[in-house]
Ligand binder design. Structure first.
Ligand code: NDP
Length: 240
């Protein structure tokens, strides 16, 4: 069955692989893009590019309307967009902290609320997948803002899962470890090597590996999974 899927931040990185994973399953897929522009390859494959900065409530509302007009009410939401602004706490300004919270946590609230509203209205259930991070579980020096935002997604997602379970809507949280995207490329090579040294599987993750787990959580096979925090991290967060 082809569903209406919306991937936030689907133009590159983990989101890009996620768009491809849902397209391969035969779904109708829309993806948001912002500063870096829409990847023409995804549009060529049949995905719908939608311009949206998720920190702007009006853009979020118009993005949902555009998706609904083209492919019907959103049945699967993947809240994947995220930013970092790494600094040690004593050098971290209020703006560094709140900007990361605005994009990673508050915008996810906005997206999930809008998707839940239309899922409840459509009475067909639905799937919400929030992309958090292994850092939410184990912490990371220089990332108090990012870790707070990603840990917030866990409490948010689990609470929402309890609110909407009776409506047939599942809410799950994926916690990737270091994954080979622009976000990881921004880290100094020495730090990347240190992190990889702590990964039991001894390597960086591939975006397709995160995407496959997201697609699984949206699949029929995952119909009895909700409120789960699913690590896809080579084992780095085990025990946390
Ligand atoms: P990238 O930096 O490659 O991509 C980030 C995506 O988020 C881009 O599509 C970007 O859009 C989008 N985005 C950022 N801010 C906004 C905004 N205000 N409005 C709309 N879109 C926005 O990151 P990754 O693919 O690596 O990360 C994807 C998710 O996975 C993030 O939530 C990240 O925190 C998480 N993650 C990543 C890990 C990693 O090691 N890579 C590890 C653990 C978690 P645009 O291109 O338009 O800027």
């Amino acid at each position: 069955m082809s569903r209406s899927v919306l991937i936030i931040g689907g133009n590159r990185g983990i989101g890009h692989s996620t768009v491809r994973a849902f397209l391969e399953r035969g779904d109708k897929v829309a993806f948001t893009h912002r500063s870096s522009g829409a990847d023409p390859d995804l549009a060529y494959l049949g995905a719908l590019p939608v311009l949206c900065d998720i920190t702007d409530p009006e853009q979020v509302e118009s993005a949902f309307k555009e998706v609904e007009a083209d492919q019907g009410p959103v049945e699967v939401l993947v809240a994947n967009a995220g930013i970092t602004r790494d600094k040690l706490l004593l050098r971290m300004s209020e703006e560094d902290f709140t900007t990361v919270l605005e994009t990673n946590l508050i915008a996810s609230y906005r997206l999930a609320k809008r998707a839940t509203w239309s899922m409840v209205k459509a009475k067909q259930g639905g799937r919400i997948i929030l992309v958090s991070s292994a850092v939410a579980l184990k912490g990371e020096a220089g990332q108090t803002n990012y870790a707070a935002s990603k840990a917030g997604l866990i409490g948010f997602g689990r609470s929402l899962a309890r609110e909407v379970g009776s409506r047939g809507i599942t809410v799950n949280i994926v916690t990737p470890g270091l994954t080979d995207t622009a976000m990881a490329a921004a880290l100094p090579e020495t730090r990347v090597n240190e992190i990889i040294g702590d990964v039991p599987l001894g390597r960086i993750g591939r975006p397709e590996e995160i995407a496959a787990t997201i697609a699984f959580l949206a699949s029929e096979e995952a119909s009895y999974i909700t409120g789960a925090v699913v690590p896809v991290d080579g084992g780095i967060s085990m025990g946390h």
